[in-house]
Design a protein. Structure first.
Lengths: 296, 640
């Protein structure tokens, strides 16, 4: 955690002008009422300085990023901010990523409490991105100073290409349908069973009439329809057309995965055989994201 | 309209401030101020989140300021209106309260330099206490969780206000303040005619409702206050203006033994002449030296700052006898009905031989037939208008009318302009004389050649009406304000500092310094701890006891290293902990269930509190064991 940087806000500059004006009037006239105002103005400076300094001390921050980040898409995640002090709360905090500022206001943080603050990330281009620091700002209590503390939280993430709608239907492997039909539980197939609710089950899978009858939550279990094999082919292009091709391929992979298909990927230099599963899908997207850019 | 405590406090304070201003100064114009404030409130009620609230603040500042400049509103009422408008605008939803705060502070500062009165003092104190709250509330309202922000803002504002007043007390005062800032050009209050070498009839009127301190008289603390401070003395009246044409006090070639010294501080705007509680014979302490003119009036050297001087005065009754001068019987061209009235009143008296009897008769007639008022009625012949038509006016009209009636009967008289201060409260060493104490009265020459002051104004200082209980309270407050706020200058600051040092010395002499230091530090630590504890509690929001107990349990476990991900709801968090520490997890699960029962199940909270406390104790015990195990080794810590 680095030392906080401090800058005067526009309101602070106006307040400074007021302070100087009142100080001149007070000193030149010796009028006690203007001294009263001067005292209050100075008190705001003192408290704003002290409180703002204390406000940013002993804070810990980390990210809760969404599992997948796509380019040109705003993804939701969270910052976890912990106030490690025993007594003093932190108030009026604003949190954002250093390089990608989507400032988010934090609720009051009592001493020893961790708050989860919903945040958003958006990246314009695909590929690996290095996140360096989380910035925590505060203008509390009077908004005269803005203090900013940089908490180092280096992390490399991979931003997947922006998924584009597919102008042509996804390429279907002509050799598909060779016995990959395995019944898998899923949300859209035929009803196969009813079972007790387990932690992590989506509430929309609860069968409410049965749950009401037996007095505990019961979840519907369905079979997945036989998966189809899909091979996404990436044509060998260059320049902007290459980027568009990658985005199209990404869109097809996302769409096919959503439909429960087995997905393969064919590039000029490499072939990924069709398979299923979230991690396999992510590895395909990761490969697409890391493909080098090509000059026109 | 948001019904939060700050709005209510601001509205209440402003209403009290406005009422205070109305009660202090009276007159019809306060209702304009009150109406403007009500109008602002209604406007904000209809549009509490108006986007152009900043513009409205500017209007709320400019309009009363303009009304004050054009003398439609008195200063205090303009200020009350500005405060009401700006603070309510701010509290009710303006986006940038700093603008309002700066405008208000500027207005109060200018008003304070112009007229440091009690209403302006109240306005300054209100600003000091309310502005930090407003600024802090603005910041707190940006947070997604606003619970408790109003109370916190009030605490922050109060703390800042107290610190501000403390700072104001210790900030060094200039030893010799000289106004660099030009005094405001307000025609009515700035003019000092009437307290100069000539005075238009009615010139005192604008001063009569101005409570700005003009003089400080360092009189004998145990002595009797001088009822009148003489300044300008006139003998010639031309129908609308008094002026001096002859030497009115016998010039003194030496300082007589009967002369008494009185130290006076005279502020700018108090007048162009020197004031004293009798006939002036000498003035010390002024450079260039003050000298009397040919008419015997002592003129003050032109100053833009407070001047301090010592006057040597002789009581009128101890002056050398003076022979009647024809100038003291001069009369302008009068309405014949006034001459008839004078004849009717005093026709049976010989004015030269019975001047005091004639004066008493005129006083009685004026008391029975005229009324005292501060309002001024424009007229080409003000005396005829006063005596024959309306029969109401202020001290100048009463004194002038009496002078003309007496002169008509052959009684030598002269007009005196000065101050008639209100008597000091018990224990006050300094007599504060305000502009509003400006007064006009007569001096009548008796048959032996001695002057006698006569005040024909009903309720004047020589014949005061008994003050009401409310007026006494008002005087007490004003006295405290004068002593505690306005009188706290460079010398007072030094006196307080010396007193504090000597007090500290005495205390240190009785106890050991180390013990006293520890005592002081302990007291500060207790206060600070209580404040932080309270603040910590406030930021937990308005949780009930069960929810607070649950939060405490989570905090205790987090300190022991059992901190589930913040995204987990309470029951899942308890499950997460149970996987690592069965006892603590079970207790926390029970606590979470209690919390759910209260929050969602509508269960009554009070009967569940003992159970919740038991569970918190269990959690604490488990956390202590975990910490102990952790200290023994990593394996033991995982056993739970």
């Amino acid at each position: 955690m680095s030392a906080p940087s401090t800058s005067l806000t526009p309101q602070g500059w106006a307040w400074l002008a007021l302070s100087l004006g009142i100080a001149i009037i007070a000193w030149s006239t010796g009028n006690n009422l203007t001294y009263l105002i001067l005292g209050a103005v100075l008190a705001t400076w003192v408290l704003d300085g002290l409180w703002g300094w204390v406000n940013l001390r002993s804070l810990e921050a980390r990210r809760e990023l969404p599992p997948e980040l796509f380019a040109r898409s705003t993804e939701r995640g969270a910052f976890l901010i912990k106030n490690t002090r025993r007594w003093i709360p932190s108030l009026g905090l604003t949190v954002h990523e250093e390089a990608h500022p989507f400032p988010t206001r934090a609720p009051p943080l009592a001493a020893g409490v961790t708050a989860r603050i919903a945040a958003r990330w958006r990246f314009e281009g695909r590929g690996p991105v290095e996140l360096t620091s989380i910035l925590i700002r505060t203008r509390f209590p009077f908004g005269l100073w803005e203090r900013c503390r940089k908490i180092s939280a280096p992390l490399e993430i991979v931003v997947f290409p922006a998924p584009r709608g597919h102008p042509s239907p996804p390429t279907i492997d002509p050799e598909g349908g060779d016995g990959a039909a395995v019944d898998r539980p899923g949300p859209t197939g035929d009803l196969t069973d009813l079972r007790n609710y387990r932690q992590g089950d989506a509430p929309r899978h609860i069968h409410w009439p049965t749950s009401a009858r037996v007095g505990r939550p019961i979840v519907v279990q369905r079979s997945e329809p036989h998966p189809t094999r899909v091979i996404v082919v990436v044509r060998d292009l260059s320049g902007q057309a290459w980027e568009t091709e990658i985005s199209r391929a990404c869109g097809e992979i996302v769409d096919a995965a959503r439909r429960g298909h087995q997905i393969g990927l064919r590039l000029a230099e490499r072939y990924f055989p069709p398979s299923q599963g979230a991690s396999y899908r992510r590895s395909l997207l990761d490969h697409l994201a890391r493909l080098p850019r090509r000059a026109p | 309209m948001r019904h939060d405590p700050l709005v209510a406090t601001s509205a209440l304070t402003m209403s009290l401030g406005g009422l205070g201003a109305i009660a202090t100064l009276g007159g019809p114009s306060p209702w304009i101020a009150f109406g403007a404030a009500i109008g602002t409130m209604l406007g904000l009620y209809l549009r509490p989140r108006w986007r152009h609230a900043g513009l409205m603040s500017l209007a709320a500042f400019t309009l009363p300021a303009a009304l004050w400049t054009f003398e439609v509103l008195p200063l205090a009422h303009a200020l009350a209106t500005v405060l009401a408008g700006l603070l309510l605008t701010t509290a009710l939803g303006e986006r940038a309260p700093t603008t309002s705060a700066i405008l208000t502070a500027s207005m109060i500062a200018l008003a304070a330099t112009h007229s440091p009165t009690l209403p302006v003092g109240i306005a300054a104190i209100v600003w000091c206490m309310a502005t930090p709250s407003t600024l802090a509330l603005h910041q707190l309202h940006r947070s997604p969780d606003r619970s408790g922000s109003e109370s916190l803002a009030l605490v922050v504002g109060f703390g800042t206000g107290v610190l501000g007043i403390t700072l104001a007390a210790v900030l060094p005062r200039p030893p010799n303040p000289s106004p660099v800032v030009p005094t405001l050009q307000v025609p009515s209050a700035q003019r000092t005619v009437g307290l100069a070498s000539s005075g238009d009839l009615g010139a005192l009127a604008p001063l009569l409702d101005d409570p700005t301190p003009a003089l400080r008289v360092f009189a004998d603390p145990d002595g009797v206050d001088p009822p009148l401070l003489r300044g300008a003395i006139y003998d010639h009246f031309d129908g609308t203006r008094w002026r001096s044409t002859a030497s009115l006090d016998q010039p003194q070639t030496h300082r007589p033994a009967s002369a008494r010294a009185t130290r006076i501080e005279q502020r700018p705007g108090a007048g162009e002449v020197i004031f004293g509680p009798g006939a002036l014979v000498a003035v010390d302490g002024l450079s260039p030296e003050a000298l009397p003119d040919t008419a015997g009036v002592w003129h003050a050297p032109a100053r833009t700052q407070t001047m301090s001087y010592t006057v040597w005065t002789v009581p009128l009754e101890l002056l050398e006898p003076q022979s009647p001068d024809s100038a003291l019987l001069q009369l302008p061209e009068l309405d014949p009905q006034i001459s008839e009235l004078a004849h009717e009143l005093l026709g049976d008296l010989d004015g030269a031989r019975q001047p005091l009897v004639a004066a008493q008769r005129v006083e009685r007639w004026l008391a029975q037939n005229t009324r005292h008022t501060l309002s001024l009625r424009p007229s080409k012949d003000p005396i005829a208008d006063f005596l024959l038509d309306h029969r109401e006016g202020h001290c100048e009209l009463h004194a002038t009318a009496a002078a003309l009636l007496l002169r008509g009967a052959g009684v030598p008289t002269r007009m005196v302009h000065g101050y008639a201060p209100e008597p000091r409260r018990q224990g006050e060493g300094v007599l504060t004389v305000r502009r509003g104490n400006a007064h006009a009265w007569l001096e009548v020459l008796d048959a032996t050649g001695r002057w006698h002051p006569i005040d024909p104004t009903p309720g004047g200082p020589l014949r005061p009406a008994p003050p009401t209980r409310l007026a006494q309270i008002g005087h007490e407050i004003e006295g405290a304000f004068d002593r505690g706020v306005l009188g706290y200058d460079h010398d007072a600051q030094r006196r307080v500092a010396d007193h504090m040092l000597s007090l500290a010395g005495r205390v240190l002499a009785f106890g050991s310094p180390a013990g006293l230091l520890a005592l002081g530090l302990g007291a500060v630590a207790i206060l600070l701890g209580a404040l932080l504890r309270w603040l910590s509690g406030r930021t937990l929001g308005r949780q009930g006891p069960i929810a607070r107990t649950h939060t405490r349990a989570r905090q205790v476990l987090a300190r022991a290293g059992l901190e589930p991900p913040a995204s987990l709801p309470p029951l899942d968090a308890a499950g997460w902990i149970a996987e690592r520490h069965a006892t603590a997890g079970a207790a926390l699960r029970e606590l979470a269930w209690l919390h759910y029962q209260v929050r969602y199940g509508g269960a009554e909270e009070a009967p569940l509190i003992p159970d919740a406390r038991d569970l918190l104790r269990k959690v604490r015990r488990a956390a202590r064991h975990t910490e102990r195990d952790k200290a023994r080794g990593p394996k033991a810590a995982l056993v739970g």
